[in-house]
Design a protein around this ligand. Structure first.
Ligand SMILES: *Cc1c(COP(=O)(O)O)cnc(C)c1O
Length: 413
């Protein structure tokens, strides 16, 4: 490889070969002529989903009607999804609960966590958090009469003290792509007597995790980003078994009851994390997610991570080589400190992203000045990365990003 240039397609192919996952891109239906670098926002469509969802609607719902709760396995669908998720998170499937949105799951989980530290008054949040986490934390604080405290940006552990009930962190910073060390953060939280709740939306399905071994207490994550479950797919919550006994949350519905069909007036929580459920699970959405997770079948989490790091390393090297100083790489260059995205700072980042989309390279913009590119290792190749940076360099070189038609801010960026 010594004489080959970074921009030589055979160099890209060699990197592909070295991190081969076995043609997993064939497990996705991607539109031709587009390079999709937004799988960190909405994952691509796995090939098995359309037929499986059509069958669930036409036959399971249409023909099977209510009998499908048992005959088609709807009642156990969430458990099947949890079993596919668990190895990616390093947890026991029995400790996962699925069905609500991320924000709702976060509210229930954070509330439950705070109730486990009744003598403490503070929820600690990093201000670099994905905004919904801050809004939800404020809602929980108000509901329980607690204080919401913001840490210094990027350094939540330093603000821990004897008042903190729960430290809420994002595993990956959604703007910069920086990866937090959960094991170290859990140790710091526990040393201060607090619980650690990790939002793993941007790492689930891209960064292998060992939540149980790392001694994280609770986690929430969405399934429509790197897990490819589809728009608005059901989120999951995880609670370490140590905290199960006596766990209470604010929406104790019948689906989290020990015996939902006893129709008892008394709420009797189910054992374990199952009590975190509230109402009837979204069967069609869970069906899509169940089929989507088959795209991970036989893929070693460590191999997925190795390919993801190779893709992001290659992207950064190409940007350095092709784009000069016109953009700043804000994502950590040390792979151990990076999720599966690369973010570039540019004063006209919105225009850059729009001009790239017009050229068939889909990334996204995060205010105020970040162009963000996510790398889903299951369906992207190093040739895709090479082609994407060629388009990016052209957009920057020609000032195409400054064209007025790329300046109209859309409602969703
Ligand atoms: C995407 C994301 C969410 C999304 O919450 P929803 O309720 O699913 O809209 C929450 N937190 C983080 C860190 C995210 O990246």
């Amino acid at each position: 490889m010594t004489t080959r240039k970074l921009t030589d397609p055979s160099y890209a192919d060699a990197l592909d070969h070295a991190t081969d996952l076995g043609a997993t891109h064939e497990r996705f239906l991607l539109p031709p002529g587009r390079i999709y670098l937004d799988g960190n926002s909405l994952g691509a469509l796995p090939a098995g989903v359309p037929e499986r969802v059509a069958r669930a609607i036409r036959h399971e719902w249409g023909d099977g009607l209510i009998g499908s709760w048992l005959d088609a396995g709807w009642a156990g669908l969430a458990d099947g999804v949890a079993a596919k998720l668990a190895p990616l998170l390093g947890v026991d499937p029995a400790d996962i609960q699925l069905g609500d949105s991320t924000s709702v799951t976060l509210f229930k989980t954070l509330y439950a966590a705070c109730r486990r530290r009744p003598d403490r008054r503070t929820i600690l949040v990093d201000p670099t958090t994905f905004p919904t986490d801050g809004y939800v934390a404020r809602g929980v604080a108000d509901a329980l009469g607690l204080e919401l405290r913001w840490s210094e940006p990027g350094d939540p552990a330093a603000a821990l003290d004897e008042h903190v009930a729960v430290l809420l962190v994002n595993h990956v910073d959604f703007r910069t792509g920086a990866l937090l060390d959960l094991r170290e953060t859990a140790r710091a939280a526990h040393a201060a007597g607090a619980l650690l709740l990790a939002d793993i939306c941007h790492s689930a399905g891209s960064v292998p995790m060992t939540l149980l071994d790392d001694d994280v207490d609770l986690a929430v994550g969405c399934t429509y980003k790197y897990l490819n479950g589809g728009p608005g797919a059901p989120a999951f919550g995880w609670v370490t078994p140590r905290l199960h006994a006596g766990l209470t949350h604010p929406i104790p519905g019948w689906w989290g009851h020990a015996e939902p069909f006893a129709m008892s007036l008394e709420y009797q929580p189910a054992a374990g994390a199952a009590r975190m459920a509230s109402g009837t699970p979204p069967v069609i959405a869970l069906t899509a997610l169940d089929a989507a997770l088959d795209a991970f079948a036989g893929v070693e989490p460590a191999a997925l991570r190795a390919r993801s790091l190779s893709l992001t390393d290659y992207f950064i090297a190409l940007v350095d080589d092709q784009c000069g100083t016109s953009v700043e790489v804000v994502t950590p260059r040390d792979g151990h400190r990076r999720g599966s995205q690369v973010s570039l700072r540019h004063p006209a980042a919105y225009g850059v992203v729009q001009a790239l989309i017009a050229r068939g390279v889909v990334g996204d913009f995060r205010a105020p000045d970040i162009a963000r590119f996510g790398f889903a290792a299951l369906y992207l190749s190093h040739r895709d990365v090479l082609a994407a940076v060629e388009e990016l360099a052209a957009v920057l070189r020609t000032d195409e990003f400054a064209h007025p038609r790329f300046a109209v801010l859309q409602a969703i960026t």
